[in-house]
Design a binder for this molecule. Structure first.
Ligand SMILES: *[C@@H]1O[C@H](CO)[C@@H](O)[C@H](O)[C@H]1NC(C)=O
Ligand SMILES: *[C@@H]1O[C@H](CO)[C@@H](O)[C@H](O)[C@H]1NC(C)=O
Length: 352
C-alpha cells in the first residue's frame, strides 16, 4: 500500500514535472522572441506596404518616462492652438487668419521660413507660466495624448525612418541663481527609429536617435531597454526641457565653471531622476503619416513653416534670453535627406 501510494505520488510528481518543464519551455520560447519578432508578429506580411508600415509604427512606438518632478507635460496641437494666433516678425497680426486655429486650418506658409510666430493671444510676460494650457496634460490610456509621426522612406525600400514627434506647450528653462532662462512657448522633440527591411518578412530596428536641445544621441538597439514582451523602447524625458535620453541621470551641456559640479546654477544640465510616476504610452494615440502621401486634414499643420511659440523677450542672462523664440516647425527636423541618402541626422549609418 505504502509502496503503491509512493509510486502514484511519484507518478504525479513526474507528470507535474513534465507539465512544468513544458510550461518552462513555452515561457523560455516566448522570452527568446526578439523585439523585432514581436513587432513582425503583430504586423505580419511581407515588405513595407503602407498598412504594414502604419502597424509597425504603433508596434515600435516608444514609452516616454517623465521625471517625477515634471510639471510641463505634452499636449496635442489641438489643445494648444486655440490659445494662439499668428504674427509676423514685426509683431503685427497675420491678416485673415482663421480663429480658433486648429490642426486642420493652420496652413500658413510664408515665403521665408521661420518669419512667423504662433504667439499667445493673451500677452505673456517673460517669466509668466500661469496659463493652464501651458502645463499640457498627463497622458493616460483613457485620455491619451497624440504623438505625431512621419514615416520616411530612406533607401530604395530597404530603410525606413519612423520619426515620432512629441509636442509640449512649454519648455521650462534652467535656473541660474533666482532667474530662469531659456524658457520658450512650444517645444517639439523627436525620437527616430530606423527600421531595416533587408529581410522583408522580418524587419529589424537597426538604429535610433533621440533629440535634445539642438542635437541628440545616436543609439543602437543595444543602447535601449524595452517594455517587457513588446517592441516599445523606453526613453527618459528630461525635466522641463524634454530632451530625450536612453537612461535617467544628468547630462551637462554647458558649464559656467571650469569643471562639472552637479550643482544647478554652475552648469546647464538635463536631469532625469529616474523616479517616473507619469509614463507616456505613445502607442495609445499615434497619428500616422507616410512621407510623400497627401496630408490628412488633421495634419494640415505640417505645412506651416513658422515658429511654434512666442518671439524672444528682451531680457538676457549670461547671453541667453529669459524667453527664447518658439521652436522650429517639426518638418524642419525630418530628416529632409534625399531618398537614397542614408545619412541619419548626424549619426553614422548602420549597414545592418
Ligand atoms: C527572414 O526572417 C525569418 C524569421 O526570422 C527567417 O525565417 C528567414 O530565413 C529570414 N529570411 C532571410 C532571407 O534571411
Ligand atoms: C551606446 O552603446 C555604445 C556601445 O556600448 C556606447 O559606446 C555608447 O556610449 C552608448 N550610447 C549611449 C548614449 O548610451
Amino acid at each position: 500500500m505504502g509502496a503503491a501510494s509512493r509510486m502514484s505520488c511519484g507518478g504525479r510528481l513526474t507528470s507535474l514535472l513534465l507539465v512544468s518543464s513544458a510550461l518552462l519551455a513555452i515561457v523560455s520560447l516566448s522570452a527568446a522572441l526578439s523585439i523585432d519578432d514581436i513587432a513582425s508578429g503583430a504586423c505580419p506580411g511581407s515588405g513595407p506596404t503602407d498598412a504594414r508600415l502604419e502597424c509597425l509604427t504603433i508596434a515600435y512606438a516608444p514609452l516616454l518616462k517623465f521625471d517625477s518632478r515634471e510639471t510641463f507635460f505634452p499636449s496635442g496641437v489641438d489643445d494648444f492652438l486655440p490659445y494662439m494666433k499668428l504674427i509676423n516678425q514685426d509683431g503685427s497680426d497675420i491678416l485673415n487668419q482663421p480663429q480658433p486655429l486648429t490642426s486642420s486650418n493652420l496652413a500658413y506658409k510664408s515665403a521665408q521660413p521661420l518669419t512667423t510666430y504662433l504667439t499667445t493671444i493673451k500677452p505673456l510676460g517673460e517669466n509668466q507660466i500661469d496659463e493652464r494650457f501651458m502645463r499640457g496634460r498627463k497622458p493616460t490610456a483613457q485620455s491619451p495624448v497624440p504623438i505625431y509621426t512621419s514615416i520616411v522612406r530612406k533607401q530604395a525600400d530597404v530603410y525606413y525612418d519612423f520619426v515620432y514627434y512629441a509636442f509640449y506647450p512649454y519648455n521650462q528653462g534652467k535656473l541660474v541663481g533666482v532667474q530662469r532662462f531659456g524658457n520658450h512657448v512650444g517645444d517639439w522633440e523627436h525620437v527616430t527609429l530606423r527600421i531595416s527591411f533587408k529581410n522583408s518578412t522580418n524587419p529589424r530596428l537597426v538604429q535610433a536617435y533621440s533629440s535634445q536641445h539642438s542635437g541628440g544621441d545616436c543609439l543602437t538597439p543595444s543602447n535601449l531597454t524595452f517594455v517587457a514582451d513588446t517592441a516599445h523602447p523606453i526613453l527618459y524625458v528630461a525635466q522641463g526641457s524634454h530632451g530625450t535620453y536612453n537612461k535617467p541621470g544628468r547630462t551637462v551641456y554647458a558649464m559656467l565653471l571650469p569643471t562639472t559640479t552637479g550643482i544647478d546654477g554652475t552648469e546647464l544640465a538635463d536631469d532625469h531622476d529616474g523616479g517616473s510616476t507619469v509614463e507616456w504610452a505613445t502607442w495609445n494615440d499615434v497619428v500616422v503619416r507616410v512621407e510623400g502621401q497627401p496630408l490628412a486634414s488633421d495634419y494640415t499643420f505640417w505645412g506651416y513653416n513658422g515658429r511654434w511659440g512666442n518671439r524672444e523677450g528682451p531680457t538676457m542672462v549670461l547671453g541667453f534670453h529669459v524667453l527664447e523664440n518658439g521652436p522650429d516647425y517639426p518638418a524642419s527636423h525630418t530628416v529632409q535627406f534625399q531618398l537614397d541618402n542614408t545619412a541619419f541626422e548626424d549619426c553614422e549609418p548602420s549597414n545592418s
